[in-house]
Design a protein around this ligand. Structure first.
Ligand SMILES: *Cc1c(COP(=O)(O)O)cnc(C)c1O
Length: 498
């Protein structure tokens, strides 16, 4: 097989293999790594129907990670998608009327981040070994809730790694905090910081960019790396489940081979929807990508006007994992629609950095025709949960509800009858307060804490509390580190004993 190379979105300088791109995470020029071309699905879909999730994952990912050996990649996949998932299907597809809910929350932390983070530690440690780096990897992560726990769970007890997660004290939900501070694994460290998510994020970036500190830890045989969604090693595994779910639709007799589908995704950092876009680049027949935002609707504005404008106040919504104004992975889409012209891309990025906005050309806008976007308010989110539960007896979380609302709006506006996959990104049990409010309406009395609400929700709906959240209120708290935002580097030094 010929090697596939990766380059930065912002320059033509580097041309590297996947293991180097995964280890680097972000390019030296600040750009994101992209494959030089997208490999094609080079077999008819009917030939793929018999593959298990893991077999398909191997078939797809192998085309991207050409420098991994068969054994290395099989090992990563088998370790990632195993009994941690509560269903052997890994990503089941559930039909309700004309919508196909792609349930991506059956992994270790009950949110879709598990799909990619289950495999990333194995890809990363294999890549480090291939390159011949003998240092221990220290993953630094700032989290607003879901990523932190998924990263902790996936790196827990992985040899040759340590993981340190910073979260804003009082800035995550009670359940999210408890999920993190009860994390087992000798190599895991969790730190609450006095400040908000931006402070945590900035603190982590400052540590990454501190040359003297990096030198010091290198001397002590450590190197820093990151597990956030700009790493190409997190994006590629997300392509798999779109192709997998299309195969399930063929199997169910819902579409003929090559018949087009729509894909609806609740979007924040633009990683999940970009993976669906890449899957079309590989040959999946997609008609429309429906990008659903909450009230932080920068992407809706961008897709409908061609202007990206982050100059606004961040709103805290009921779908917190989408509360984001700088959608990092959008850079990869922009790069694609400006015909891979890095010079032009850098102009947009500079404008964004200097003025908080940029505007794409009409020619580029015409390449966004296959994207459709809208947004949902908190009230519309709650109504959507209620609507789906009352009409279909099916329970969805707040993020999935945002996507459902936007999809319904799309139907009314376009009358498009194309069958649609909707990415269902979290278990409803992760957000029991909002979900209870939705299905109980006026009767809902808020005098129970979130842990009690989990059981109440289970009793009310007859659905079991997912294993990762079961008895979470009674689990032993293991981590109790706390620091000021100025002290983050010292905390890391203390943990690493440097
Ligand atoms: C991260 C997340 C999203 C947003 O996904 P992106 O890839 O950042 O667009 C949506 N829903 C949930 C539950 C998430 O955790």
């Amino acid at each position: 097989m010929e090697n596939l190379y990766y380059k930065s979105t912002r320059s033509e300088k580097e041309r590297i293999l996947s293991c180097q791109a995964i280890v680097n995470g972000i390019a030296g020029d600040g750009g994101l790594y992209v494959p030089e071309s997208l490999p094609a699905i080079d077999l008819p879909f009917v030939k793929l129907l018999k593959m298990s999730f893991n077999e398909l994952a191997y078939f797809i990912i192998r085309k991207f990670l050409t420098d991994f050996t068969e054994d290395e990649l099989s090992f990563c996949i088998e370790k990632a998608y195993d009994e941690k998932f509560d269903t052997p299907e890994i990503a089941p597809l559930v039909k309700k009327d004309d919508v196909f809910f792609l349930e991506l929350y059956h992994g270790a932390t009950a949110a879709f981040k598990d799909m990619a983070l289950s495999i990333l530690p194995y890809l990363l440690t294999a890549a480090v070994k291939k390159i011949g780096i003998e240092k221990e990897i220290v993953i630094l992560t700032a989290t607003s809730g879901d990523t932190g726990k998924a990263a902790l769970e996936s790196f827990s007890n992985v040899k040759g790694t340590k993981i340190i997660v910073f979260y804003p004290n009082k800035g995550v939900s009670l359940i999210q905090e408890r999920q993190m501070v009860t994390q087992a694994g000798k190599n895991t460290f969790v730190v609450a910081i006095e400040g908000n998510f931006d402070d945590a994020q900035t603190g982590v970036k400052n540590i990454f960019n501190n040359k003297a500190f990096n030198k010091l830890i290198n001397k002590n045989n450590y190197m820093f790396s990151s597990a956030n969604s700009i790493n190409i090693g997190r994006l590629i595994p997300q392509i798999v489940y779109y192709i997998y779910s299309y195969l399930r639709m063929i199997e169910m007799g819902e579409v003929r081979e090559e018949q087009k589908i729509n894909i609806t995704v609740p979007t924040g950092n633009f990683g999940n929807i970009l993976a669906s876009y890449y899957s079309r680049g590989m040959g999946l027949p997609v008609n429309k990508f429906i990008c659903a935002s909450n009230e932080n609707n920068v992407l809706y504005d961008f897709i409908t006007t061609g202007v990206y404008d982050r100059m606004r106040q961040l709103k805290l919504t009921l779908s917190p994992s989408m509360d984001i104004l700088i959608s990092s992975n959008l850079e990869r889409l922009i790069y694609d629609i400006c015909d891979k012209d890095s010079l032009q891309l850098v102009k947009f990025i500079k404008n964004l950095e200097n003025t908080g906005t940029f505007k794409i050309t009409e020619g580029m806008r015409s390449k966004l025709m296959d994207f459709w976007s809208d947004f949902a308010t908190d009230e519309q989110t709650i109504e959507s949960i209620r609507d789906v539960y009352q009409n279909h007896g099916y329970l969805i979380d707040t993020h999935t509800a945002v996507a459902y609302f936007v999809y319904k709006k799309y139907l009314v506006k376009t009358q498009d009858k194309t069958k649609t996959i909707l990415a269902s990104t979290a278990s409803p049990f992760k957000f029991p307060h909002s979900v209870m409010r939705a299905i109980q309406g006026e009767d809902f009395k808020n005098n129970l804490d979130e842990f009690q609400l989990l059981n109440r929700l289970s009793t009310l709906t007859g659905l079991p509390v997912p294993k990762p959240l079961k008895d979470i209120g009674n689990k032993k708290i293991i981590h109790n580190r706390f620091c000021k935002k100025e002290e983050m580097k010292d905390v890391v030094a203390g943990i690493l004993k440097v």
